[in-house]
Structures are given as structure tokens and as C-alpha cells.
Design a protein around this ligand. Structure first.
Ligand code: EPZ
Length: 420
């Protein structure tokens, strides 16, 4: 297994180009199933999760090519509606093919994803929403069997909690349904907006964009289009956190400051100087030690759970103390014991973590447990004294494109050590 060897102490400085968002491109790829006309998606990040979904879609018989940052999809060759356990178990977002397959072919057999490191993550809301549109759903031997006689029927969907994947799945089902679907308590994440924008380009009729009520007027068919993936706000925030923790100055380019106000506010509260342009954000920590800041994760536009671990790492070396509450996932503090191995002072009680900042962290062997936790350990290592080896970095390859090259260009001392 590959590892990172990181020597801490360098102040990060420079500019980094942000990639397309992992969490946007996955639903966009699934949405290609909704039409038999060709679709071209650009600004696609080269990530393990993207390749997993491409493999799954190719397994349906779809013709799909991936060159540079461009994916071209032709679903006119699609032959089956089956998403096997072997692929779904490696990536939960695979469940996103359920809505489009059902909407276009009237049937789908998709493996249940199962739990993962950050929580149990059920898909009951996805299934309940499909049923509200007239689908018959049976769960048998680990598979969701979904079918409908003719077209799905527009209906009223009310989610019990804000779910990003659930909103995306039902949007993709509703666009080809007969009649009007109203989705209440819908997620408002920028990745949803990106999906709505692409679906509308394909001829869908969705209104209520950026609100928690989406109204979809079903159409009989959709057509091809070209679409560029929205910038990755979490990758952006992660590199800004790397600047903050090392006392450095980093400009993120090809991004969008409007997607991440809550995170930028926290960096300012830490004492960083944050400057924004149309498509760039620069964070200058002015060589200072950041102030520890409290926050609570909540659905967009509030503070995102996907930035919790990275800001926790910055807090670990912050001045003063702070409380971080995780309200989205029940088990998303697994980076805490690893940060403590590096000398952090963090106490966890239920969904709250109380962090008392220390002046310096020390390098140590640590283990990555999930994607964002991995990045938090990497930046903690960049700020620590001495050497850190981060194990199990396959997690990071799922969501950060060219992380080593990007960090090295900012002056980080990081190397990938190839494992067997
Ligand atoms: C998406 O996951 C993201 N993944 C996650 O990104 C992100 O952390 C999460 O949204 C929250 O913002 C992708 O977009 C591919 P949810 P998703 O449905 O859609 C519960 C990363 O690091 N729930 O919004 O799976 C669920 O258990 C990650 O990039 C149900 O109970 O998240 C969770 O507690 C990891 N039943 C909460 O809702 C359901 O049917 C929010 O989950 C669905 C969800």
C-alpha cells in the first residue's frame, strides 16, 4: 500500500489550480444514462472514484471514453440495468445510477452500498422517493430491484433529512416522469445546482434552483449536451487550510468563492487575510498562528462536513480552544486519535470535539481512515516538527487529483512511497 512521507516545517506559498468537483462529476456521469444522445463532460478530475463510476457505466454496455479532462458518453449501446456489488461496494455514489436507469428503462438492479467508515449511510430516502413516483422497490439478497410499468409518475417527495445523494437520485428519476414532481427539503449543495444546470441543458424542466424546493416538470425525452464540471469547493478549502496551518499564502485558481462563504468566514475568523476574485481565492496567514475557531457542520450553505477534518487540523495548532460539532455523520471524528498521536489536544464527546490548540505538532506514523481525514493528516504533517508517514493513502486518491505535485509546487516536502 502506498504511503506519504512528509517532512514538516515548510511554509506553503504559491498558486494551485483547482480541479472539477468529485461530488459533482459523479451525478453528472450518472445523468448521461438519461439520454441516448452523446454527452461530453469537461473539467473532469482524474480520480479513482471517477474511474470506478466510468467502469460501472461501461459495464451497462455504454460506450464511454476518458481522455485528458474530457469524458464522452454514448449510451445508445446500453444493454443492461445492473450495477454489481463488486463495484458498488467500493463507492457508495454508485447508487446514483438507480434513478436514471429506472426513469429511462423502467427497471434497475443495483447493489445496496452498505455502510462506510464515516457512518451507516442508509439509502432509505432514495428508495422512499422512488416509490413516491410509482416505482416498485424490493430489496433482496443485498440488491435493490426497482421497476415501474411504463413511465414514473410525478409526485410529492418530502425528505426526512437533507440528503445530497437522495436529492440527486430523485431529480434524475423525475426529469423523465409523467407530470410534475415537487421535491421538498431538497439539498442545496453547489453540486446539486451543477446537476440541475446540466439536466436543464439536456432539455429537463427544473425550477427552484438553489432553494430547498425543486419543481420538476417531466419531459418525454432528453438530448445530448456539453457541460463543464463546477470547481471543487472542498479541494479549494483544503488547500486554503494547508496555507493556514503552515502560516503561508496560497492562491487557489479556477474556483468559485461564491460556493464556500461559510468556510471563508471561518478562515477570516482565524485571522487569515482572505481575498477573492471572480474565479480565485487567496489566503494569507501572514506568518501568524491561527486562532482556534468553533463551528458546527450543517447542510449547504452552512459549514460543510467535508471540511470538518481539515479545519480541525488547523485548530489543533490554533491559539485558544474551540468546539467542533459534527451533525451530518455519526462517526466522522476518526482523524482525532491520529491527530492526537501527533500531539494534538482534542477531547471527543458524542458529536462534539473540544480542541485546545498546541503550539507545535510532532511528526508520527499515522493512518488515513477516509478521504477528508487523510487530507487533515497531510496538512497536520506539513505543520509538524519532523517526519510523518501517512499510511492508507488510497483514500486520498479517491478525491484529490495530483495532490503530491500540487503540494510540492507550493513548497511542501511530500513524497509518495510506493508499496507492494
Ligand atoms: C454526499 O454524500 C457526498 N458524497 C459526501 O462527500 C458528503 O459528505 C455528503 O454528501 C454530505 O454533504 C458525494 O456527493 C458523492 P447525504 P451522500 O445523503 O449523498 C443520511 C466526501 O468526502 N441519509 O447528504 O451520501 C446519511 O446517513 C464525501 O467527498 C439517510 O439516513 O450524503 C447522512 O447522515 C463523503 N438516508 C445524512 O443523511 C438516506 O437515504 C446526509 O447524507 C440518505 C442519507
Amino acid at each position: 500500500m502506498d504511503k506519504f512521507l512528509i517532512r514538516g516545517g515548510n511554509v506553503l506559498n504559491g498558486s494551485v489550480r483547482i480541479s472539477g468537483a468529485k461530488n459533482a462529476v459523479l451525478p453528472l456521469l450518472a445523468a448521461t444514462i438519461l439520454t441516448d444522445e452523446p454527452i461530453t463532460i469537461t473539467n473532469v478530475p482524474n480520480l479513482k472514484d471517477v474511474n470506478t463510476l466510468i467502469k460501472l457505466i461501461a459495464g451497462l454496455g455504454v460506450t464511454i471514453s476518458y481522455e485528458g479532462d474530457t469524458v464522452k458518453v454514448d449510451t445508445s449501446t446500453l444493454q443492461n440495468q445492473f450495477a454489481p456489488y463488486e463495484l458498488v461496494k467500493t463507492m457508495r455514489a454508485s447508487i446514483l445510477v438507480l434513478g436514471p436507469l429506472l426513469a429511462r428503462y423502467g427497471q434497475a438492479k443495483v447493489s445496496l452500498p452498505g455502510g462506510c467508515a464515516i457512518g451507516s449511510r442508509p439509502v432509505d430516502q432514495h428508495l422512499k422517493a422512488m416509490e413516491a413516483l410509482g416505482a416498485e422497490i424490493e430489496v433482496e439478497a443485498g440488491y435493490v430491484h426497482a421497476k415501474v410499468n411504463g413511465r414514473l409518475k410525478g409526485g410529492e417527495v418530502v425528505f426526512d433529512m437533507v440528503t445530497v445523494g437522495g436529492t440527486e437520485n430523485i431529480l434524475m428519476a423525475a426529469v423523465l416522469a409523467d407530470g410534475i414532481t415537487t421535491i421538498r427539503n431538497a439539498a442545496r449543495e453547489p453540486e446539486i445546482t451543477d446537476l440541475v444546470n446540466m439536466l436543464n441543458k439536456m432539455g429537463a424542466k427544473i425550477t427552484g434552483i438553489d432553494t430547498d424546493t425543486l419543481v420538476v416538470t417531466g419531459v418525454e425525452q432528453l438530448h445530448g449536451c456539453e457541460h463543464a464540471v463546477v470547481a471543487d469547493r472542498i479541494e479549494t478549502g483544503s488547500y486554503l487550510a494547508a496555507a493556514a496551518i503552515t502560516g503561508g499564502k496560497v492562491r487557489t485558481t479556477h474556483t468559485d468563492p461564491d460556493l464556500m462563504e461559510a468556510v471563508l468566514d471561518k478562515f477570516e475568523e482565524m485571522g487569515a487575510e482572505v481575498t477573492r476574485g471572480d474565479d480565485w481565492i487567496e489566503l494569507d496567514m501572514l506568518g501568524k498562528r491561527p486562532k482556534a475557531v468553533s463551528f458546527r457542520t450543517l447542510p449547504h450553505p452552512e459549514f460543510p462536513t467535508d471540511m470538518q477534518a481539515q479545519l480541525m487540523a488547523v485548530n489543533a495548532i490554533g491559539r485558544g480552544f474551540a468546539t467542533v460539532s459534527e451533525t451530518i455523520f455519526e462517526n466522522r471524528f476518526m482523524h482525532v486519535p491520529e491527530l492526537c498521536r501527533m500531539g494534538a489536544n482534542i477531547q471527543v464527546e458524542g458529536n462534539d470535539a473540544v480542541i485546545t490548540g498546541v503550539e507545535k505538532l510532532q511528526g508520527a506514523p499515522v493512518m488515513a481512515t477516509d478521504l477528508r481525514a487523510s487530507f487533515s493528516l497531510v496538512i497536520a504533517a506539513l505543520a509538524a516538527e519532523g517526519e510523518t508517514v501517512v499510511d492508507r493513502i488510497y483514500h486520498i486518491d479517491r478525491g484529490y487529483e495530483n495532490i503530491v505535485t500540487k503540494l510540492q509546487a507550493l513548497g511542501a516536502d511530500i513524497q509518495r512511497i510506493k508499496g507492494e
